[in-house]
Design a protein around this ligand. Structure first.
Ligand SMILES: *Cc1c(COP(=O)(O)O)cnc(C)c1O
Length: 388
């Protein structure tokens, strides 16, 4: 065993060998050039079905222009946390634009969606409270639950009956917070938000909805699944990220001024982390303007996704409960998923295999992530390569 001069880390070598044996070892591959529909991954040019850049904005020149202008005006680094002196004009503009976009009193920007979830959950509940999370919630939501030191209850995926029972059973706790993704990142299915807002209303529970994959894609105005379902005003805490359809980086919380003021005081990743670079805030502001002005790409994306799901199902592939641009092709066995992904890659199509621990054991899949940049010919190529 090579311990590279640190014998106390030798146990890692054994663990890595085990990961390799189970086809679960991951490796970094560097992308050259910009994110987009066609990318150079390692030494290969491929069609990209692996990004969350759903509106194809990550490399949009309008965003780059906004970032460059802001860098000239305000510099790159923020130099401090927002409460000290890191909160620039670009941050304030973005927060105003986000609140206006979301139709809420206020919004708050975090360095990442992950940080927004950790900080917000831990600011809302603590010891003596109960936080209830869907089993398929994003890792950042589940980690936020653990970090809060509240009593964590995990309910089966989208099982409103089970959640109702858990809320009843824990009724004596001080506060209750229910957390869920709105559009689940691996299955591409939606949370039953109308049922969840009703249930939370009945039990007096707070509801936190993470719209990471839905912001910019779902809803008439692109605000997400809560808009799509017509329940926006009844979701106490709405979280989104600017790292996916908006093509930038950073997380946000949209809600009442009271909620936002509390987070400014109590969300630790907000208080103790340096504000995101101002150029990123400026680019995200521009991306929001684009989403508002251009509804066509998100509509076309959802139409194309529907058509792709139908054609995959016609060819005998299982796409689970997907109703979105995230389309899992369920394979089951991790080694088989990797083999299939490798075969596609050899044909110039990058579709990542998703394995445990990202998905439960036995649910390995290829995760097709469709974007507004994929045209019909490209989708045909993918279908042909999948055969079946
Ligand atoms: C990606 C993702 C996050 C994290 O957002 P980042 O901005 O990438 O840190 C949070 N929640 C969900 C549901 C996500 O898919």
């Amino acid at each position: 065993m090579d311990t590279y001069g640190y014998p106390e880390l030798g146990w890692i070598d054994a663990e890595m060998t085990e990961l390799q044996r189970q086809s679960l070892r991951r490796r970094l591959v560097d992308r050259r050039g910009p994110q987009g529909t066609d990318i150079v991954l390692g030494d290969r040019r491929v069609v990209n079905f692996g990004s969350n850049d759903y509106l194809n904005l990550a490399a949009d020149p309008r965003l780059a222009h906004a970032a460059i202008e802001a860098a000239r005006r305000e510099g790159v680094g923020s130099g401090a946390s927002p409460l000290i002196c890191g909160h620039s004009q670009s941050h304030a503009d973005l927060e105003r634009a986000l609140a206006e976009f979301e139709g809420t009193e206020a919004a708050l920007v975090f360095p990442s969606g992950f940080a927004a979830n950790l900080g917000t959950i831990a600011a809302l509940v603590g010891p003596g409270d109960v936080v209830l999370a869907d089993r398929k919630c994003h890792a950042s939501l589940l980690d936020g639950c653990r970090l809060s030191r509240a009593d964590v209850r995990v309910f089966p995926h989208n099982d409103v009956g089970n959640l109702d029972a858990l809320l009843g059973k824990t009724a004596r706790a001080r506060r209750h917070l229910v957390v869920t993704d709105s559009l689940f990142s691996m299955d591409g299915d939606l949370a039953p938000l109308p049922d969840l807002v009703d249930l939370c209303g009945q039990h007096g529970a707070m509801l936190l909805v993470d719209e990471a994959h839905a912001t910019g894609v779902f809803g008439e105005q692109g605000r997400g699944v809560a808009e799509h379902a017509g329940v926006e005003g009844r979701v106490s805490v709405r979280i989104g990220t600017m790292s996916k359809a908006l093509g930038c980086a950073g997380g946000f919380v949209a809600g009442s001024q009271l909620l936002i003021d509390w987070l400014v005081n109590r969300a630790r990743p907000y208080v103790f982390s340096t504000a995101m670079p101002a150029p990123v805030a400026a680019a995200a502001r521009t991306a929001l303007d684009i989403v508002r002005a251009e509804p066509e790409p998100r509509r076309r994306l959802l139409d194309q996704a529907e058509s792709l799901r139908r054609r995959l199902a016609d060819r005998g592939w299982k796409v689970g409960g997907s109703v979105s641009q995230i389309i899992p092709v369920v394979v089951g066995d991790a080694a088989r998923a990797v083999a299939l992904a490798t075969r596609l890659l050899e044909q110039g199509l990058f579709v990542p295999a998703v394995r445990p621990p990202t998905v439960p054991r036995g649910e390995a899949c290829l995760r097709i992530s469709l974007t507004a940049g994929h045209d019909e010919a490209t989708i045909e190529r993918l279908l042909a390569a999948l055969g079946g």
